[in-house]
Design a protein around this ligand. Structure first.
Ligand SMILES: [Zn+2]
Length: 60
């Protein structure tokens, strides 16, 4: 069974890091909590460059 982990919808503005909660409201700032499905693309993904270079290498 998988827990319904939610994440604060305003965490990028309100917090330094994602605030996860099991309730529908952020315990820290009171914002709505949303499903914590990882974004398919994160422009600030520190490993994005690494992943992209791996992909490039695989194609060659
Ligand atoms: Zn919050």
């Amino acid at each position: 069974m998988r827990a319904d982990l939610l994440v604060c919808s305003e965490w990028e503005q309100a917090h330094d890091r994602p605030v996860y909660t099991l309730s529908e409201q952020c315990p820290d700032c009171g914002a709505v909590a949303v499903n914590s499905v990882p974004a398919p693309f994160n422009p600030e993904d520190p490993y994005g460059e690494y992943r992209r270079s791996l992909k490039r290498r695989r194609r060659e």
